[in-house]
Design a protein around this ligand. Structure first.
Ligand code: SF4
Ligand code: SF4
Length: 372
């Protein structure tokens, strides 16, 4: 029997003929519109697809893309990274985290700097990897610096469930899980940002359901379409936006029905609800404090909470001189307005988080922009 290859599953969604056909269809549909539609793609994964497949160039007369706060690494405030560095420097601690978090600079250096000075910092692909680390190091405390939007929160819940079930005593959590709708709403309230429509994230919506966008779609009357990452998905989502704008509608639509439902993954939501509660406020890099925009462990799981076990300071830390990541994340500026872009700030020598993170917008402009 012939094996189905992964490539066969997505190839059709990257077919150049379909991409061109969709972009023509969008241009035709938009030809009577008087101005460009300013659309924010909230998710860093979408930013990369838009740049990688040249979607911004194919339909530049129809859309202006405003890049949103959709990368969990980029929006992490420096005071939280300082916590990670301080925890990593504690005696008998192993600090583990996901993604590019290790390289993000902070006022106490990066986790990678801490590692080069002797701290035990580890990069894991899955939070469940911590179980093995903890069992192999019974005399150490293993701290999971948990990051991510609604997408990765269920994995932290799954780890905590295993820790409880197996009676593991040496794993703690520093929770930095954030939610997508609150920053979208904060951005809409910023007078300096003008947005006509949103392309809403796909992975987040698989877990949380498209229902999470409904309150502000009706409150702010803004077209919002959940779309997949593949270029054809994105183009179909953008076409749905053109339709809405043309007919002066503001609805929540779901282009990515093959993975996203209105309700989302109820089992994952149940697990999140069991372990986590809303924080009153969380500092977002670039946007500032946003009420009820992040999660923390519930009081009854306090013994697993590194923030309660260790005394960690709250500091406000400035961005590096010249770096405009805060303005980029909040939709006010774009990478090319940064004087450091491509000169002193590159993926190999990043100054700010938007260049470090593989989902960051400066990183996408550098990789796919053909600008240098
Ligand atoms: S986790 Fe997924 S949905 Fe969230 S920003 Fe990253 S790619 Fe986008
Ligand atoms: S190019 Fe570098 S320094 Fe400039 S905003 Fe982006 S990450 Fe910050």
């Amino acid at each position: 029997m012939k094996m189905l290859e992964l490539k066969q599953l997505y190839q059709g969604f990257r077919d150049p003929k379909s991409i061109l056909a969709w972009s023509e269809k969008i241009k035709q549909e938009a030809k009577d519109l008087k101005c460009k539609i300013r659309v924010m793609e909230v998710c860093g994964g979408h930013t990369h697809s838009i740049m990688k497949y040249g979607i911004n160039q194919l339909i530049e007369e129809v859309f202006e893309f405003i890049h949103g706060p959709g990368c969990p690494v980029c929006i992490m405030p420096k005071n939280r990274i300082n916590h990670a560095v301080l925890l990593a420097q504690e005696e008998n601690v192993i600090l583990a985290t996901l993604g590019d978090m290790i390289r993000i600079p902070s006022s106490k250096g990066s986790l990678s700097d801490a590692r080069s000075k002797g701290a035990d910092v580890r990069f894991v692909y899955s939070p469940l990897d911590l179980l093995k680390i903890a069992k192999e190091n019974p005399n150490k405390t293993v701290i999971y610096f948990a990051i991510g939007f609604e997408t990765t929160t269920p994995m932290s819940a799954a780890l905590l469930e295993r820790v409880e079930r197996e009676g593991i005593k040496n794993i703690l959590f520093h929770i930095n899980h954030v939610l997508v709708p609150p920053p979208m709403e904060a951005i809409l309230q910023n007078q300096d940002v003008h947005i006509d429509a949103f392309i809403a994230p796909s992975h987040v919506s698989v877990i949380a359901g498209s229902k999470i966008y409904e309150p502000f779609v009706s409150k702010y009357r803004i077209p919002t379409v959940v779309a997949g990452f593949e270029p054809v998905d994105l183009l179909e989502g953008l076409w749905m936006i053109v339709q809405q704008v043309k007919h002066r509608e503001a609805r929540l639509e779901n282009q990515y029905k093959r993975s996203v439902s209105f309700e989302g993954n109820l089992l994952a939501q149940e697990k999140i609800e069991h372990y986590f509660e809303l924080r009153e406020s969380f500092m977002w890099r670039g946007i500032g404090e946003i009420p009820y925009s992040a999660l923390r462990l519930k009081e009854k799981f306090a013994q697993y909470d590194a923030e309660r076990v260790y005394d960690l300071p709250y500091e406000v830390v400035k961005e590096p001189k010249g770096c405009i990541c805060p303005q980029i994340i909040s939709g006010v500026a774009k990478p090319l307005s940064c004087k450091l872009f491509g000169i002193v700030c590159k993926p190999t020598s990043p100054i700010g988080s938007c260049m470090v993170s593989s989902e960051g917008v400066c990183n996408a402009y550098f990789r796919y922009g053909n600008l240098l």
